[in-house]
Ligand binder design. Structure first.
Ligand SMILES: NC(=O)c1ccc[n+]([C@@H]2O[C@H](COP(=O)([O-])OP(=O)(O)OC[C@H]3O[C@@H](n4cnc5c(N)ncnc54)[C@H](O)[C@@H]3O)[C@@H](O)[C@H]2O)c1
Length: 439
């Protein structure tokens, strides 16, 4: 600990195990990518922890270290991967199935991928409807299955000699559910597990198992998961950091870049129509109306918060916002997202913006997974517990303390992330005031 540090940060020594429910396109693109980067075969583009710098002190000081040199992060060489899936494919087979990366690159990292055999999943077809697989646990009730997950975690930790673990949900999007009575506190939740309460989703059983086992948890999908009082209480009780929900990648990433810009110039928006076609397994699951509803909620929420129609009714009160996702198999993971934005300017004159983002979902998501696991592990070593709002930067629907609205503006989110790192190390927070340069 340096004298300036505001928090004591334990060193990132030993192995960090990453446990991933859902070894699909995102997870395998992430794992294969880390293995490729370790071997010098490719660069970790898109990752702040690997590439970004952080300015310290005044603009005249010229101090801009890499984030990875400024705070102690686990090294890529110390990462160990494991996970669960309803399919029996190992990570090599799953990466081939996902068809995100070229076969040549996947073959270069075949050995470490083949070594990752998914553990049996906790699965409930009422929560994910379009797919089904054989690699699932059986048990007396949900508590029994959660305990089997805890045994998996323990076994993984021991057999890989891990010093620390982080769990990140990369499983399919579960159908939309609201918090129920069973989610109100840990006692009710545990009773619900024993009584097989239908309101407890598989993702919540993984999160429960992680938090009971002392493992920080991140949620890459829009499912409710840890966004309920019982699991928030458990995270705080066990001094564990958590974050979510729903990786902010393609269209919503674009939205949170553009909407703050329009608002900053006080330009009005009449309507924002967003539509997507994608043909991967994620797209197939999202064809189900229940899963789509979960996704739609997180996708729709961002504009309202950024544009603040309650403060600017003349500009945004009547905004018509619509989001569509269509499963279109020929595109695979190479999705296309269109946005038509009807805006208006000086004296109300209308204009239009069209965006056609030919993106690759998992290529955009993989570096987010890497940053999230490294930052959650940092938070854990720094003794930070509960919701990590400074990681909102990575999410479409950031978790926040009760009563707070989430911050969606990506530039504010980035400032918050970097200021949190500065705060950890006792550096001045950057406010961009800068009057002193003109004294
Ligand atoms: N790729 C992106 O840009 C992006 C952005 C935001 C959110 N997401 C979310 O990330 C998640 C993963 O996306 P993907 O493209 O890898 O999807 P995918 O369908 O390729 O992978 C999901 C995997 O989860 C498995 N699974 C489902 N339920 C499970 C359970 N209960 N336990 C263990 N495994 C389970 C499935 O069998 C599948 O292999 C999805 O929920 C998606 O909505 C992705």
């Amino acid at each position: 600990m340096s004298q300036k540090d505001n928090v004591r940060i334990a060193p990132a020594e030993g192995k960090l195990g990453l446990l991933i429910p859902g070894l699909g396109a995102v997870a395998t693109t992430f794992i294969a990518g880390v293995e490729a980067v370790k071997r010098g075969l490719a660069a970790p583009i898109g990752s702040l922890t690997q590439l970004a710098t952080i300015r310290l002190g005044k603009r005249t000081e010229g101090r801009s270290p890499y984030i990875r040199d400024f705070v102690p992060l686990a090294s890529l060489n110390d990462l160990v991967f494991g996970g669960w899936d309803i399919y029996e494919d190992n990570a090599y087979q799953a990466a081939l199935h996902a068809q995100v990366l070229e076969r040549g690159l996947i073959d270069e990292v075949r050995a470490p991928l083949e070594a990752i055999q998914p553990m049996q999943a906790v699965f409930d077809p009422d929560y994910v409807r379009r797919i089904n697989g054989p690699n699932v646990k059986r048990g007396r009730n949900k508590m029994d299955k959660a305990q089997q997950l805890m045994a998996d975690i323990d076994q993984f930790r021991r057999s890989n000699g891990c010093d620390r673990l982080v769990m990140i949900w990369c499983g399919s999007t579960e159908v939309h559910h609201k918090p129920a009575a069973v989610h109100q506190n840990v006692r009710a939740f545990e009773e619900g597990l024993c009584q097989d309460d239908p309101e407890i989703a598989p993702s919540q059983m993984y999160a429960y198992a992680a938090l009971k086992s002392g493992v920080p948890f991140a949620n890459g999908a829009p499912n409710l998961t840890t966004d309920v009082p019982a699991l928030l209480e458990l995270a705080r009780e066990n001094q564990l950091p958590i974050c979510g929900k729903d990786f902010k990648t393609g269209q919503t990433f674009m939205k949170t870049l553009i909407a703050p810009g329009l608002k900053s110039r006080m330009l009005g928006v009449h309507g924002w129509f967003s539509t997507n076609i994608l043909g991967n397994r994620d797209g197939e699951v999202l064809e189900d109306p229940g899963s789509f509803k979960t996704k739609e909620e997180t996708k729709l929420s961002v504009l309202d918060q950024i544009l603040q129609p309650e403060l600017y009714p003349n500009l945004y009160k009547d905004l018509y916002h619509c989001v569509r996702i269509n499963y279109y198999p020929p595109r695979g993971d190479a999705k296309e997202g269109w946005d038509n934005i009807d805006i208006f300017g000086w004296l109300g004159y209308p204009m239009q913006i069209k965006i056609d983002f030919l993106c690759r979902d998992s290529i955009l998501a993989a570096p987010l997974v890497l940053d999230l696991v490294l930052f959650l592990d940092l938070a854990q070593r720094a003794g930070m517990k509960g919701i990590q709002e400074w990681l909102s930067f990575y999410f479409k629907a950031p978790m926040t303390a009760a009563g707070l609205y989430p911050e969606h503006d990506i530039f504010i989110q980035l400032m918050k992330l970097k200021n949190t790192l500065r705060w950890m190390r006792g550096e001045d927070l950057i406010t961009h005031l800068g009057l002193e340069y003109y004294d």
